[in-house]
Design a protein around this ligand. Sequence first.
Ligand SMILES: Cc1cc2nc3c(=O)[nH]c(=O)nc-3n(C[C@H](O)[C@H](O)[C@H](O)COP(=O)(O)O)c2cc1C
Length: 165
Amino acid sequence: MSKLLYLKASPRTERSYSVAVADAFVEAYKKSHPKDEVKVLDLFLANLPPFDFVAASGKYKIMHGKPHSPEEKTAWEKVVAVIEEFKNADKYVFAVPMWNFSIPYRLKQYFDIIVQPGLTFTVDSAGNYKGLVTGKPVFVVTHAGVSIQPGRRLRRSTSRKNMSR
Ligand SMILES: Cc1cc2nc3c(=O)[nH]c(=O)nc-3n(C[C@H](O)[C@H](O)[C@H](O)COP(=O)(O)O)c2cc1C
């Protein structure tokens, strides 16, 4: 039995194109993998811990091999809980809108939480980075308001022609 983590990075619920496609994929996946566990993480509803001064200090303490203060320990436990949920999955589905030519801030916050030394990556003495979450398939559905093609002007994507959403 595999565990699939489905991360929704659009707040637009039933109006979201990326969520609509990812939902369809996940529903088909459930039918073809009835024994698998599917967990949905809506990043705009989840109680993600802030990656603030205390959390950042906790990160640097780890990188410099120093012990955490009590406040850093508490903040770091929340970070580790999010990472454990992420690493516990065997497969991932992401629904990701384009926001300002990038990703929505809640997904960036999620990445800032889960990308941590010793937990999801390591750096050796020569400065080489190595990922610790490997060999797991990821399916990403993304949607943008315009289609971007090399050497051509920006065009509205077909789905935006009927802006009922
Ligand atoms: C805050 C915000 C920023 C956006 N920035 C872009 C952008 O840079 N480029 C683009 O093509 N569309 C942009 N859009 C439009 C969305 O990508 C588009 O509505 C897409 O359908 C959103 O995905 P969703 O339907 O899954 O929510 C933006 C929308 C929002 C709300």
